[in-house]
Write a protein that binds this ligand. Structure first.
Ligand code: BEZ
Ligand code: MG
Length: 603
């Protein structure tokens, strides 16, 4: 669909998707957590969706050194009151080896607080939710996986779920509903509708095998989203301040379709909350535009928010694109002191620097050209076809510099976009779903990473990058570095996670290798990957002979590609392994390449 010219909605026989598909029925199997892309498939491709389940969810749990540290912490708890200095020293040694605290200076005062901090970090890892393996269409979920998934749902689902509901969730997960759904669709029969969403927060996505529906665009952001969005705005500002930063004048913000669809537009409301704006609804409750919240009520300056939208967001939520643009315009026009209204302040500065009228200088919403999607920064990273990081920034600007205003019409405004992003004090995106972490898929590098690289280039220095994790009931803001570390420990290096992937053969091995490429993408776009991540990945997956053989047997391309990625990370200066590790990596890489050639020769 991406490369087919034509409208996003209401296709006519002049649009290519319509011309190509003609009278053919279009049945499209879609993940139950991806209603945004699914909705595009319906609108542009006339698709009937048949939903399939995402993988089982479980607590990450602890393993190896993390489990040993936990044992020491338990011992500390038993002897509380009589802090044993040897035990405290051991905890610091174990924790610092895992990069959970500094190795020096040795903890002396307030050791209980230091130990408590380590305990909090370990608990976050132990109870982090992770996806296990891949879902296989046609197979119900196994008993142990159901048990863990339902435990995760208990942590995240709406409180009004009853025990009877859980027993019903359980029965539906045990059984396959997808093959019957596909067969019904192929028979040309009715497919019942289902909401899209994350299983843990929206258990109503089961039974799968149904046709995903979206939402009423005139109701987004909802009253619930406005409350939640304001909380998220405060949470982000509080975290940024707690990290020792001044109140931000500008925030660079990525908006996707999916997380907005699953939360009635909460990220949109978060942006409005930062700006001190709100939606305006007409007498029958239909969204008609934006309004400003008076400064006296807001009680702080209006933050200038520069939004970069996925092409999917732009297509799915045109009213909300206009809402955001109108909020920026109204704030730019407001007769308010500039030290309380950073949007107006910057609009006046952009006008002075770039010329043009106030309406143009007030543009803050950027996305792709009509009909195009993605920044392609992830594709550059994937193919390695780039030399300088600045090329990644330029690619992002080229693809994403299209400014969307309060009035119809789109204009390429690369200079304004770079100026506006160059003023950002931080970059931010909400995480979408437990199944899709910042290292699981490459689209966060594509959007948040690419945008961040533009900030770094335009500003001449790096800014903090934050992710909002609202996939559970309790929201949390983490730095990108913290998020990458957490995901690396709980997913990539966690036997529970990688064994579940390996059990799926070539696709699981491909997923493991994909994580390494995405990790490299974070180094390239944000430089947020600590050395131990590359060290431990190399040790676990490449230098361990048995593991290397298993990966190569499952997917020789993925195994060789992974070793090459790690060498690339070193070549590009993102990682300095020891000389011994580098030599061992080189040998392993050559062996994997030889193996690949052997495979090709046989083929
Ligand atoms: C979106 O919904 O906007 C989206 C989904 C997946 C990847 C990128 C964007
Ligand atoms: Mg796709």
């Amino acid at each position: 669909l991406e490369f087919m010219p034509g409208k996003q909605v209401g296709l006519s026989d002049g649009c290519w998707p319509d011309r190509l598909i003609g009278d053919l029925p279009n049945v499209y199997l879609y993940a139950s957590n991806n209603s945004s892309e699914g909705t595009l498939a319906k609108r542009r491709g006339g698709a009937t969706l048949v939903s399939y389940l995402t993988p089982p969810i479980a607590n990450a749990g602890l393993y190896k050194e993390l489990a040993s540290l936990k044992a020491s912490l338990d011992r500390f708890r038993q002897t509380e009151g009589v802090a044993d200095p040897e035990l405290v020293a051991m905890i610091q040694t174990q924790a610092s080896a895992l990069d959970l605290c500094a190795a020096e200076p040795a903890w002396a005062d307030d050791t209980t607080a230091q130990v408590a901090q380590v305990r909090a970090k370990l608990l976050e890892m132990e109870y982090a939710l992770i996806p296990l393996g891949l879902h296989v269409v046609g197979e119900g979920m196994a008993e142990q996986a159901r048990k863990e998934t339902i435990a995760a749902i208990r942590e995240s689902a709406p409180l009004e779920m009853t025990e009877a509901d859980y027993a019903k969730l359980d029965a539906m997960l045990a059984e396959d509903h997808e093959i019957p759904g596909i067969l019904r669709a192929l028979d040309g029969r009715y497919i019942a509708p289902a909401p899209g969403g994350d299983l843990v927060r929206t258990p109503k996505v089961v039974p799968t095998g149904r046709n995903l529906y979206g939402f009423d665009p005139y109701k987004v952001p909802s009253a619930y989203a406005l409350i939640e969005g304001r909380k998220r705005a405060d949470l982000l500002l509080a975290r940024h301040t707690a990290d020792g930063n001044a109140f931000p004048e500008t925030i660079a913000f990525v908006l996707w379709g999916t997380d907005n669809m699953k939360s009635e537009g909460t990220p949109i409301a978060q942006v409005l909350g930062l700006m001190g704006a709100a939606p305006r609804f007409d007498a029958v409750g239909r969204l008609v535009g934006a309004r400003l919240i008076p400064l006296a009520q807001l009680g702080r300056p209006r933050v200038d928010v520069v939004c970069t939208l996925s092409g999917i967001f732009r297509d799915l939520l045109p009213l909300q694109v206009k809402l955001l643009a109108e909020a920026a315009l109204l704030a730019s026009q407001a007769d308010e002191p500039i030290e309380m209204n950073f949007i107006r302040k910057h609009t006046l500065e952009h006008m002075a620097a770039l010329g043009g009228d106030l309406e143009s200088a007030a543009l803050r919403v950027f996305s792709n050209a009509d009909g195009a999607y993605g920044s392609n920064v992830n594709l550059l990273v994937e193919t390695g076809q780039w030399n300088e990081e600045d090329e990644l920034a330029d690619q992002f600007v080229k693809r994403k510099c299209y400014a969307y205003g309060a009035k119809p019409g789109v204009k390429a405004m690369p200079a304004l976009m770079q100026r506006a992003l160059g003023g950002a004090a931080l970059a931010f995106q909400n995480l979408d779903s437990v199944e899709l972490g910042a290292t699981d898929i490459d689209q966060y590098v594509e959007s948040l990473g690419g945008m961040n690289r533009v900030i770094t280039k335009a500003k001449g220095e790096a800014v903090p990058v934050y992710l909002g994790d609202h996939t559970g009931r309790e929201g949390k803001v983490r730095t990108l570095g913290e998020q990458v570390a957490l995901e690396t420990r709980t997913r990539m290096l966690n036997p529970k996670w990688f064994e579940a992937q390996l059990a799926q053969g070539y696709e699981g091995a491909r997923n493991i290798a994909g994580h390494v490429a995405t990790t490299l993408g974070w180094s390239a776009t944000a430089g947020s990957v600590p050395t131990w991540v590359y060290d431990d990945i190399t040790t676990t997956f490449v230098l361990d002979k048995a593991m290397r053989d298993r990966l190569a047997a499952a997917n020789p391309n993925a195994a060789a590609g992974m070793a090459n990625r790690l060498m690339e990370a070193h070549d590009r200066g993102y990682w300095q392994p020891s000389a011994e590790m580098l030599a061992a990596l080189r040998d392993a890489s050559e062996e994997l390449e030889d193996r690949l050639e052997g495979v090709h020769a046989v083929a």
